[in-house]
Design a protein around this ligand. Sequence first.
Ligand SMILES: Cc1cc2nc3c(=O)[nH]c(=O)nc-3n(C[C@H](O)[C@H](O)[C@H](O)COP(=O)(O)OP(=O)(O)OC[C@H]3O[C@@H](n4cnc5c(N)ncnc54)[C@H](O)[C@@H]3O)c2cc1C
Length: 395
Amino acid sequence: MRQLLFGGTVTETPSPAGGRILIVGGGAIGLSIAHHLLDAGHEEVAVLEQAEIGSGTSSAGTGGIRQQFTSEINVRLVRDSIPEFLTLGERTGMPFEFRQHGYLFLADSEERLASLEKSAALQRTLGVECEIIAPDRIADVAPDVELDGVLGGSYSPQDGSAITQEAVAAWEAALRRSRVQIHEGVRVLDFRRSPSGRVVGVSTSAGSFDADTVIIAAGVWSRGLGRMLGLDIPVSPRSRQAFEILSEDVDLGTPLTVDLGTGAYVHPKSSRRVLIGGNDREVPESQRPALDPERIPSLLSAIARRFPKYAGIAPSRGWAGLREMTPDDHAIVGPTGVAGVWVATGFSGHGFMQAPAIGRILSELLLEGRSDTDLGPLRPERFAEQVSLHEGIRF
Ligand SMILES: Cc1cc2nc3c(=O)[nH]c(=O)nc-3n(C[C@H](O)[C@H](O)[C@H](O)COP(=O)(O)OP(=O)(O)OC[C@H]3O[C@@H](n4cnc5c(N)ncnc54)[C@H](O)[C@@H]3O)c2cc1C
């Protein structure tokens, strides 16, 4: 079967207005890009999703939104996403709440504290409210924390969290009310090229689709799609797990708190539910997400030590997803060496919180050819150029 998605002829050069845009991947990133194109009045867009919308890594995300990074581009992308998170529910008419409960990072060594001080200074120059707080103030902000060995922390009250799956549903609902096409169960199998080598569409499990621009927003599957074009998109799937514990005594006013010494975090989610996780950053590449029971005892003992209120509570459930890691823990975004193909992938565990800004910036670049935000640091060719970015706040 051959589907002519948009009809008409395929031109060699995209029109200034963006032309026909095909997005491969219906996760947070693909949907946000489509949503921003729609917001800008561009509806000649189709999202191709091999399974169901939001069923990839976005189905497993725990919804954290923080501006506390050591890398300027990471700070900017989340800072610029926050206004959209604050208004997404209202603008789409869908249930969505961004709770600004803050994030608190705890340092138990001079080295970690110095690094937090440096990143807090960077964040403040970028307009983010972030302060280094001493243990006595930590006791006020997060009374449940055991302060033994804690030298200080970095705290941003504007950070917070939302429910990733609600954002996905909100973006999807807005798109379904428009002429933007969403195709579920349609797997991209190959790219179609003109004699000049420009990509002019894709072949899928449901026939061919024409496009002026194809955006690979396929998360952990992006590397395989890149190979079809001779592109190396170094996204490495790494399993990440999270657990829920139930307690009658959750203080929803306390920040998501990360013990940088162990990586363990506590994330109050509702009046009875707390998410925990974070001691599984260094795991080997894997093709399927899987819970790793061997890491549970060390996680629970790290939680018990730093957050004694939750000691001895067994998780009521747990789940895992594949984080889309890159060699330098930063996303890969921009046009590729193949004409007609862009990528927006490899968000290294920060794709939800960065999705709104990425959607806006890509929409501006595709429709107007310019954006006030410079995505240059995330350019795909940086790996070949051996330019490496660094992110110091990782867990
Ligand atoms: C346990 C866990 C906790 C996390 N916590 C956070 C957090 O607190 N904050 C945060 O910002 N991020 C978090 N993340 C990361 C976040 O979930 C991801 O960065 C984000 O979901 C990536 O979105 P995406 O759209 O790039 O990828 P995906 O959601 O994986 O979407 C890609 C889509 O592409 C589709 N696809 C792939 N290949 C093809 C093809 N050939 N044809 C058609 N479709 C295709 C897939 O089916 C998939 O639906 C967490 C992740 C995990 C696993």
